[in-house]
Design a protein around this ligand. Structure first.
Ligand code: NBX
Length: 801
């Protein structure tokens, strides 16, 4: 299409005129952006077609990653970079007087996810394509992604997200590939040729329309597919209220549930899950059959991955297809199902383990429910044979119990692989949370420590650091992140370290500008940028961070000799709209920020910033500018964390508990290059087993704790009467479930160490370098390789031109 700047400009101008019927001079920024996007999509279309064709005809096993969330963010620069045409396009546009950076800002983040789980799925897609692995995503095309957050008067206000308002330039609607998905109705069974046959009658049918996005690998000709389903009305059934039916149908893919903790007991949510599963499985089977293969061999050619339990209905749905549609018997169908499916768990928090009331599940998905009942019966029978008389165990392990369908057990029983997302997390699953199942299926359990795509989170987000790395060790690290370790040669190289320091400083200046524009706060770029960005949740303990800031403030006010190293505390976090406590913490952070930033006694030493609407595109400006990465969850509660990896790769030092993947970061960098504090996972779990600890004791014995907790309720913050009572109560009346006060002293002490350490800049930069050099392990390329070899059994496939 174009191979140099000149050709690009000609093609671009022509495309712009043809698409919008306007001259370049008259065109708007949006038209310019959309033209570029459409051009890139066309640019990849022949490779996309070739990839699909060759997968069908000569390719090996393919894997489909089913996920209710894909948190993609923006795709323009990412795609340009992966295609290797970023510089041609940047130059071409420049010659036309357009700044690529300006066009980038036009693109809405595709925010089809809440947090870590959805972002992980997006990183995995990039690694699959970049490593020539035949792996595709299947998800939902929510009309409204995660809400837009505004901070008004310190409170979070949610606005509906509108990413599709101007269309999504990367997608292709594939009406001809649509499928029908039935809900409600009833199931009839009858004998036919000596076989029991099931029919789903009087169902309300929804049409699932796929929208395909090309997933472009870095510097390869592989273009995989992310297929997102949208629900539309199908044939209007007779005798129904058409408007009501249309509205109900469309509402299925209307919005992403903005909750990363528990599922609201909503029929709609279950409909979303079944839409994703039923549509994806039908389309997978359809394309498999085009290869003229028998379904008996499905698992040899197809892997289907269940990302958390949201798509766990894939277990009974695949059984239904194999038995009801393909006529296989139970045993045969079951063995194919188990061998095809694999499952990842992302949490041990009990409130996040999905369960559905039978009274909702059964009428909505009658045939699926029947199959789950049968799976359950057979499973309980096996348990009974293995553990005769052990009713307690069978009750604990059953897939249906106490009027509920339990999704995690369904996924475990129906998959050949069950993995956790960091070593500690997997150990906790095996030894505690899922120990009953581990005893029955020890070979299924395995660990796959999470990863992040270093192409988005380093190469794209931090180009100056990427250049420094390439200048120092060559460009191989982009395809092979084990090369990062070569950077260790520069540990004592003062020229290198100085450049590293300059890059950090420049990134901090860029972020400082954003902070000033968005939050109106001017910050000192030679202060320590201490950052906590992630969803707001009690277990992630943003509260501990803010209580520490209050303590610093108090101490600076009362003791003029106390002169800590200047700091900028930066927060970004969305709270689930119905999560009262989390929203109070946001208000508290903003209230403290207001107090600190306006107090001239302290505000040359510290500033507190809450950046609203934390999202992928903003994250790309934050990680490269951080000095300290706050990973302070209550040990044992954060399954892995992935922000911790992004910070590390960009040279920030972790200040954290030994939780999730922090454990592995610690092992890689060594204790001198990380700031650890707080209770260990075993200690927390032991306390919890024995009913917790006594937070009041800590209140009584530690004057610092007494002062900051009392300030929540004693009028210290003007006009906040009763505002923070719930926080105060959680700490003192409800016994501090997340050990905030228990870890407070340890947190203060480690923060003092940070102050000391930062003052020796060359030492600090050396630590920063070691963190970068050791971060190659956390590339999602490593993670995906492990999934490919140990779970999916898929091989790289080079698409021929
Ligand atoms: O998944 C997160 C974990 O909390 C992180 O520790 C982990 O690093 C990450 C990737 O493995 N879990 C998560 O983001 N969960 C959700 O977003 C979620 C969304 C909907 C829901 C339950 C959980 N119903």
């Amino acid at each position: 299409m174009f191979s140099n700047t000149k050709e690009f400009k000609i093609a671009y101008l022509k495309k712009l005129e043809m698409t919008f019927g306007t001259s370049f001079d008259e065109s708007t920024k949006r038209e310019q952006f959309q033209t570029l996007g459409a051009m890139i999509r066309e640019y990849v279309s022949s490779e996309w077609i070739r990839t699909n064709e060759q997968y069908r005809t000569v390719g090996g096993k393919q894997v489909y990653y089913l996920s209710i969330e894909f948190l993609l963010g923006r795709l323009l620069r990412h795609n340009l970079m992966n295609l290797g045409i970023e510089s041609v396009v940047t130059e071409g546009l420049q010659e036309l007087g357009i700044d690529l950076g300006d066009l980038e800002e036009i693109e809405a983040d595709a925010a089809l996810g809440n947090g870590g789980l959805g972002r992980l799925a997006a990183c995995f897609l990039d690694s699959l394509a970049s490593m020539n692995l035949p792996g595709h995503g299947c998800g939902i095309r929510y009309k409204h992604g995660l809400f837009e957050q505004k901070i008004v008067d310190g409170y979070q206000v949610e606005l509906p997200e509108q990413w599709l308002r101007h269309g999504h330039v990367w997608e292709v609607r594939k009406t001809d590939d649509s499928v029908e998905v039935p809900f409600w109705g009833k199931v009839e069974s009858y004998q036919e040729n000596g076989k029991l046959v099931f029919r789903h009658l009087h169902a309300e049918t929804v049409t699932a329309i796929p929208y395909d996005l090309p997933v472009i690998g870095y510097n390869t000709s592989t273009v995989n597919t992310l297929r997102l389903w949208s629900a539309e009305p199908s044939r209007f059934p007779a005798n129904i209220d058409i408007l009501k039916y249309k509205k109900e149908t469309e509402s299925i893919s209307e919005l992403l549930y903005p909750d990363d903790t528990h599922d609201e007991g909503k029929i709609l949510r279950l409909k979303q899950q079944y839409l994703l599963v039923a549509a994806s499985l039908q389309s997978i089977v359809r394309s498999y059959k085009k290869q003229n293969r028998s379904l008996i061999h499905l698992h040899e050619h197809v892997g289907i991955h269940i990302n958390d339990t949201h798509p766990a209905i894939a277990v009974p749905e695949l059984m239904r297809i194999l038995m009801d549609e393909e006529g296989l018997g139970w045993q045969e169908a079951w063995s194919i199902t188990v061998n095809t499916l694999s499952y990842t768990n992302h949490t041990t928090l009990s409130e996040a383990l999905e369960k559905w009331p039978v009274r909702i599940f059964q009428p909505l998905l009658p045939r699926i429910f029947m199959i789950i009942e049968e799976i359950n019966e057979r499973f309980c029978q096996e348990l009974w044979e293995k553990f005769p008389g052990d009713w307690g165990r069978i009750e604990r392990m059953a897939l249906i119990a106490h009027g509920e369908v339990r999704m995690a057990p369904l996924a475990i029983v129906g998959s050949h692989s069950v993995n956790g997302v960091a070593r500690l997390h997997t150990e906790i699953l095996m030894e505690r949370e899922m120990n009953d199942y581990y005893q029955v299926f020890p070979d299924r359990f395995n660990n796959k420590t999470n990863g992040i795509t270093h192409r988005r989170w380093l190469l794209k987000a931090n180009p100056n650091l990427a250049n420094l790395i390439t200048d120092s060790i060559g460009p191989e690290w982009i395809n092979d992140t084990t090369q990062f370790e070569k950077l260790l040669h520069f540990k004592k190289d003062s020229v290198f370290l100085e450049r590293l320091g300059d890059i950090k400083k420049a990134n901090k200046e860029k972020l400082a500008k954003i902070i000033y524009e968005k939050a109106g706060v001017s910050v000192d770029t030679s202060s320590i940028f201490d950052v906590q960005v992630k969803r707001l949740h009690a277990y992630k303990r943003q509260l501990l961070n803010v209580l520490h800031i209050m303590y610093l403030y108090n101490r600076m006010k009362s003791d003029s000799s106390f002169q800590p190293y200047p700091r900028t505390f930066i927060f970004g976090a969305k709270a689930s709209p119905g999560y009262y406590f989390a929203k109070k913490v946001i208000k508290l952070i903003n209230t403290v920020a207001d107090k600190v930033n306006h107090d001239s006694h302290v505000n040359d030493k510290m500033k507190v910033v809450f950046l609203e609407n934390y999202r992928v595109s903003l994250a790309e400006d934050i990680f490269p500018a951080a000095d300290i990465s706050e990973q302070i969850s209550t040990a044992s509660k954060e399954a892995s964390g992935t922000g911790n990896m992004k910070f590390m790769m960009n040279g920030a030092l972790t200040l954290g508990t030994l939780d999730g993947a922090n454990v592995e970061i610690n092992e890689l960098v060594g204790e001198e290059n990380i700031f650890l504090f707080g209770l260990r996972a075993q200690e927390v779990l032991n306390f919890q087993k024995n009913g917790g600890y006594n937070s009041r004791e800590y209140y009584h014995y530690d004057q610092r704790i007494r002062e900051v907790t009392e300030q929540l309720v004693n009028g210290f913050f003007p006009d906040t009467d009763g505002e923070f009572t719930a926080i105060y109560d959680s700490l003192l009346d409800h016994n501090d479930q997340y050990f905030v006060l228990r870890d407070f002293a340890s947190y203060v002490a480690i923060q003092e160490k940070v102050n000391m350490a930062y003052q020796d800049q060359s030492m600090w930069l050396e630590k920063s370098l070691i963190n970068i050099a050791k971060s190659g392990f956390f590339s999602s390329d490593r993670t995906i390789n492990e999934y490919a070899n140990q779970i999916w059994n898929i091989k790289p496939f080079k698409v021929n031109n």
